[in-house]
Design a protein around this ligand. Structure first.
Ligand SMILES: NC(=O)c1ccc[n+]([C@@H]2O[C@H](COP(=O)([O-])OP(=O)(O)OC[C@H]3O[C@@H](n4cnc5c(N)ncnc54)[C@H](O)[C@@H]3O)[C@@H](O)[C@H]2O)c1
Length: 304
């Protein structure tokens, strides 16, 4: 039987702070396949996440097939806006939610992974985070600062993670990020430079696949996911409209589940995908293939 077997592999998933987004669903799929899971959580969301876990509020979501429950081997604080702790402003470092967290930069997470699991203790890295402070602004109305922040947190952070974590990867290592088709087509309302950040992320996926592939033998891919009402997406404000529009117009009208992306991520992280790198993989019920929507009621060439 051809199975996805990640037994003995360790994953680091950056961008998990609740059970509602793609990061959590990917963690579950990788755990289901046997991998051990470490996550990186944004410091402002870390206490709430830890409380939810400790109080058993996520017990239902953590359940895996066969009665097991997903456990996180480590939960590291991670603010992907900073490559090193010195890059973080003193005011932020001293603020309530960051102060007691130690080194929350990308270098800090890499150092902790090295400390906890040795020089080569990692097989899978997932970048499942994004932030654009002006996401509600049209691109035309986005400030330089907001635009650069969106690209910094949502795209550059992936480069920094590939750079800092590649040396820790065992042979066959796999990097994955999450993108959205606003990078290549106009999605009204997906503003603040987030569309530009996703375009950068996708282009970087190709270049990083070549550079880190040659240097470290790792693979680098990105999943272009259809809309999901995660916490981050709900902040955009249009998510329900994006979901219903996509559902009405995609080749498949089934509901897109976070688990669809989780399963594809598990495949991409596995040796079954040993020949796939530098790719944008669409998990969107096929919506990316459409050039025109199915307008209103009725049929087009007999298709409903
Ligand atoms: N939800 C969608 O419709 C959709 C569609 C396509 C792609 N994506 C992408 O999927 C990825 C995961 O998002 P999601 O929608 O599952 O939402 P989510 O809320 O589960 O994940 C986003 C995470 O990013 C974290 N984050 C924000 N700023 C950070 C920072 N500076 N450092 C570290 N972490 C930070 C948040 O705490 C959160 O945990 C993102 O890259 C997003 O753009 C989402």
């Amino acid at each position: 039987m051809l199975a996805i077997d990640l037994t003995g592999k360790r994953a680091f998933i950056a961008g998990v702070a609740d059970d509602g987004g793609f990061g959590f669903a990917i963690a579950k799929a990788l755990a289901e396949a046997g991998a051990s899971i470490c996550v990186g959580t944004w410091p402002p969301a870390l206490t709430i996440f830890q409380n939810l876990l400790e109080r058993g509020k996520l017990a239902e979501s953590l359940k895996l097939a066969g009665g097991r429950s997903m456990e996180f081997e480590r939960i590291y604080p991670l603010d992907a806006a900073f490559d090193t702790l010195d890059d973080a402003p003193a005011e932020l470092r001293e603020s309530k939610r960051y102060k007691e967290r130690g080194d929350f930069s990308i270098a800090g997470a890499a150092a902790r992974l090295r400390e906890d699991f040795g020089e080569s203790g990692l097989d899978i890295v997932v970048h499942s985070l994004a932030n654009g402070p002006e996401v509600k602004n049209a691109l035309l109305d986005t400030s330089r600062r907001g635009y650069l922040e969106a690209v910094s947190v949502s795209a550059y952070s992936n480069i920094a993670m590939v750079r800092q974590l590649s040396p820790l990867m065992r042979p066959g290592g796999s990097f994955l990020s999450l993108t959205y088709m606003a990078s290549e087509r106009v999605i009204p309302g997906y503003g603040g430079g987030m569309s530009s950040a996703k375009a950068a992320l996708e282009s970087d996926t190709r270049t990083l696949a070549f550079e880190a592939g040659r240097r470290h033998g790792v693979r680098v891919n990105t999943i272009s996911a259809g809309p999901l009402a995660s916490r981050a997406a709900s902040a955009i404000g249009l998510i329900e409209r994006m979901i219903s529009y996509t559902r009405a117009n995609a080749p498949l009208t089934r509901e897109l589940a976070a688990g669809d992306v989780g399963a594809t991520a598990a495949f991409l992280a596995s040796p079954l995908a040993a020949g796939i790198t530098g790719s944008v993989i669409y998990v969107d019920n096929g919506y990316h293939a459409m050039g025109m929507g199915v307008e209103g009621p009725g049929t087009v060439n007999g298709e409903r």
